[in-house]
Design a protein around this ligand. Structure first.
Ligand code: NAD
Ligand code: ZN
Length: 369
């Protein structure tokens, strides 16, 4: 394969809702690095957040930043010490490069590494580009029967699978997921694959639930919005009571995939005593929780941050596990891809993801170069 690193067309965020398509320099290939010709990048909520606000919490975009971190592509060059992948291999890129030496990395919980450099998080550039240099231990070969589009969905699938692992979902469990975005839906698929007997999803948007009817869920609940002036917790309690009446029970596990305070509260209220309320969504930094309920009913509230070795005692990484679920047909991610854009139209892709209320689930950007 021939390649020209001078032609590194990249989608750089240069202001509020402003992408500039420009050639960016390609970092030098180190001995343990792989040069990937990125072919597919999915747009994620964090890309949209940076696009809209140019910041997430304390992370501010002060220099042009290439967005994108859900990617797959084809290897075009390898460093002198690379042994696990070869030129022409089709690969998925795990976007967070950790230090590999700290206590968290050594314990297998590398998602908690304080030195992680994550694609499209300032100052680290993302993968909405033609060429991306990445260490080989964060590159995973895709089997022949898995498309690059599916490969780009291994990232959010890993989030869903890790959340289900953290929740300790067991065969026969009743699992309730709040939020029918890509992360919520992939969490449902992972829960089904883990043997959940009933997977229930809830959202405020009818089109999202229409989609969920066709994907990995048994029951879809359309939530009412809070009444005018209704305090969050009043709403959460009222809505949870209605849901419990409707389902006839609480769930063994509730996974919040919205980050909304009302949903985090509901995650606790809707969990059976002794069950797990798992927080995947990222919302306001501080929120009010029904703590006495958590204490006296022993609800296990757990956070989820990205993914790691799935369970700290497992030696198997999240990416290979997610890829094997695709290969075995246990989880199908293809239906989530509702829209695609060529890389030259990255601005339009991000605007669509920002304003999309047209049934879009996962928007992917395709690079044909
Ligand atoms: P998304 O915005 O596409 O989906 C969120 C869904 O939640 C939407 O369908 C929305 O209608 C629904 N929702 C929002 N507020 C609600 C409410 N009050 N009641 C009911 N439904 C509500 O986002 P996504 O890409 O699916 O990601 C979901 C969440 O997970 C986001 O908060 C994202 O930041 C977070 N996330 C966390 C991690 C992690 O490592 N913890 C990784 C990826 C994404
Ligand atoms: Zn580390």
């Amino acid at each position: 394969m021939t390649f020209d690193v001078e032609k590194n067309l990249s989608a750089a965020l240069i202001g509020l809702e402003k992408i500039d398509m420009r050639n960016m320099p390609v970092p030098e290939l180190g001995p343990f690095d792989v040069l990937v010709n990125v072919k597919v990048t999915g747009i994620c909520g964090s890309d949209v957040h940076f696009f809209k606000h140019n910041r997430i919490l304390h992370l501010e975009v002060t220099e042009p930043l290439v967005l994108g971190h859900e990617s797959a592509g084809v290897v075009v060059a390898i460093g002198s010490q690379v042994t696990r992948v070869n030129v022409n291999d089709r690969v998925a890129i795990e976007p967070g490069v950790t230090c590999r030496t700290c206590e968290m990395c050594k314990s297998g919980q590398y998602n908690l590494c304080p030195h992680c450099k994550f694609a499209a998080t300032p100052p680290t550039h993302g993968t909405l580009c033609n060429y991306y240099v990445h260490p080989e231990d964060f590159i995973f070969k895709l089997p022949d029967d898995i498309s690059l589009e599916e490969g780009a969905l291994v990232e959010p699938l890993s989030v869903g699978m890790y959340a289900v692992e953290r929740a300790n979902v067991k065969p026969g469990d009743v699992v309730l997921v709040l939020g029918a975005g890509p992360v919520g839906l992939l969490t449902c698929a992972a829960a089904k694959a883990a043997g959940a007997a009933q997977v229930i999803i809830a959202d405020l948007i009818p089109s999202r639930l229409e989609f969920a009817k066709t994907y990995a869920t048994d029951t879809q609940l359309l939530l009412d919005r809070p009444e005018k002036g209704e305090p969050n917790f009043e709403y959460a309690r009222r809505t949870s009571t209605q849901i419990i009446q409707k389902l006839g029970q609480q769930a063994d596990t509730v996974l919040d995939c919205t980050g909304a305070e009302t949903c985090v509260q509901m995650a606790v209220l809707l969990t059976k005593s002794g069950g797990s309320a798992v927080l995947v969504g990222l919302g306001a930094t501080t929120q009010t929780l029904p703590v006495v309920d958590i204490t006296v009913r022993q609800v296990n509230v757990k956070g989820v941050f990205r993914y790691c070795n799935v369970s700290p005692v497992s030696i198997v990484r999240a990416y290979p596990r997610a890829i094997s679920m695709l290969t075995k047909g246990n989880i199908d991610v293809k239906p989530l891809i509702t829209h695609t854009y060529p890389i030259e139209k990255s601005q339009e892709a991000l605007l669509h993801a920002t304003n999309g209320s047209d049934g879009a689930i996962k928007i992917q950007v395709i690079n044909d170069q």
